[in-house]
Design a protein around this ligand. Structure first.
Ligand code: ZN
Length: 468
């Protein structure tokens, strides 16, 4: 599991009565685009479609990566089955680490699932491969950002481990994104921690990620965001004119899976059903794309996942973490979960030839830019409140300082309740204060606050809880 780092202070701080600096803020509009960070520009320039292709080819070469497939020494030596796949992923992480003076801590997070368990007919070891790029600032290293894909695959039959299950798109593509992010980001340093994970047991029911998310919750790890990549291959089915290679879908939950009945009541009362931490993360990613990845755009989808499907981000949502899913714009179901074959003139199978490596590289760029932005930025402000004691048309927000000491100022965002995103026009820089009063009615807008550092890195936005 990700190392049990010191729990970052913001949750704890949020509970304390921090004396409030009631500074009368100097308000200024923020309308120009934030400046680009040269380190982030360099990292995403380093993302290579050729490297992405090599990774996916290698993963496909293991023939069948079902979680139920072979993991014995002989099979690993032959390069067959899930055991060989995970050993190779570990060796890749270790290779990247060797090129950065051991900057990555590489671990196998292993546990056994025994029947009765859904789609697990016999006791099966499930192993997540985890690489951690520790944050360089002790005051911020406890804040963790995760990027993931699942390296297990399947064909038409859950228990078939003898026929090919190439899983080139589902989900060698997402695994390649996590690996490529590790490769390019490990050459740089960030104050907060980034964790790269290849999950197993996804196809049987999110076993690997569920275990990981539960362990993180138990260890009180401050996982501030999870970017899960599953089916990001771009689907190049010949003759398919409906794929949109400039778009990737970005799924995020609205009402958090982990919300208590009291929290749901509050969400309903305040109209905050479009403002979960996962939704703020999705909006953040859209902004990062505008800044750093030209010609490639996440299409935000306001639901946890597609119909009839799920993914590893949901395991993190279930434990109360902000987590989103990247998936290609249009999926071809003949090329997922299918034993390769030709039937009635139709080619079935999740084959290498249907993957668009340039597309996967764009998804990797967007993930890398997001991780680098978040891990460079201050922690979000804590304990964000909207004061609702009086009937008045001004709105006063208060918060505790961003823990970790990176913030040099704060911004208050607002949008009409019917708008789906923040905008630079509706953003006010309020200085290095912990309270701000805006001449704007809280009844008509949704507010949020974010922290900004001296170089312009911005934290995730936090919507306030009402305080009477
Ligand atoms: Zn998948």
């Amino acid at each position: 599991m990700v190392p049990c780092r010191r729990r970052v202070a913001w949750l704890a701080l949020g509970m304390m009565a921090v004396p409030m600096a009631v500074a009368q803020q100097r308000v200024s509009r923020v309308s120009k685009a934030p400046e680009l960070d040269p380190q982030i520009v360099a990292a995403i320039k380093d993302v290579s479609p050729a490297r992405v292709k090599a990774t996916i080819e290698k993963l496909v070469s293991f023939y069948n990566r079902s979680t139920l497939s072979a993991a014995d020494t002989a099979s690993i030596a032959k390069g067959r089955g899930i055991g060989a796949a995970r050993e190779w992923i570990r060796s890749e992480f270790e290779r990247y680490s060797g090129e950065c003076d051991g900057c990555l801590k590489v671990e196998m997070q292993s546990f056994t699932v025994s029947p009765p368990a859904r789609r697990i007919p016999r006791p099966t070891e499930i192993v997540n491969v985890v690489a951690t790029l520790g944050g360089t600032d002790p005051a911020n290293a406890g804040r963790i950002y995760v990027v993931s894909g699942h390296y297990d695959s399947r064909n038409s039959d859950n228990e078939n481990v003898s026929d090919p299950a190439p899983g080139a798109n589902d989900d060698a593509s997402g695994t390649a994104v996590a690996l490529e992010c590790a490769r390019v980001l490990s050459k740089h340093k960030f104050p907060a921690t980034i964790v790269f994970i290849a999950f197993a047991g996804e196809e049987q029911g999110l076993y690997g990620s569920a275990h990981c998310a539960e362990a993180a919750k138990t260890a009180k790890l401050d996982i501030a965001a999870v970017l899960n990549n599953d089916i990001v291959g771009g689907n190049r089915t010949p003759g398919d004119k409906t794929q949109e290679p400039q778009w990737v879908r970005l799924f995020s939950e609205g009402i958090p899976a982990a919300a208590t009945p009291e929290q749901i009541k509050l969400i309903r009362a305040t109209g905050m059903d479009d403002d979960s931490p996962s939704r703020q993360l999705a909006r953040y990613i859209r902004q990062v794309a505008e800044q750093y990845v030209s010609g490639f755009e996440p299409k935000l989808v306001s639901r946890p996942d597609r119909y009839l499907r799920g993914g590893d981000h949901l395991s993190f949502n279930d434990q109360g973490f902000a987590a989103v899913r990247f998936t290609e714009y249009r999926e071809d179901y003949n090329h997922q979960h299918q034993t390769p074959r030709i039937e009635g003139g139709v080619e079935y199978g999740d084959l290498l030839k249907f993957v668009d490596f340039a597309y996967v590289a764009n998804v990797a760029r967007l993930n890398a830019a997001t991780l680098a932005s978040l891990a460079s930025a201050p922690a979000p402000p804590a304990n964000v409140r909207l004061l609702t004691r009086n009937l008045e048309n001004d709105s006063t927000l208060s918060w505790s300082a961003s823990p970790g000491g990176l913030a040099t100022k704060y911004e208050v965002l607002w949008r009409p309740t019917t708008d789906s995103d923040w905008s630079p026009q509706n953003t006010e820089a309020v200085g290095n204060v912990t309270q701000a009063t805006l001449k704007r009615s809280k009844d008509n807008v949704i507010f949020a606050v974010r922290a900004v550092d001296a170089k312009g890195h911005r934290s995730l936005a936090v919507v306030p809880l009402p305080e009477r």
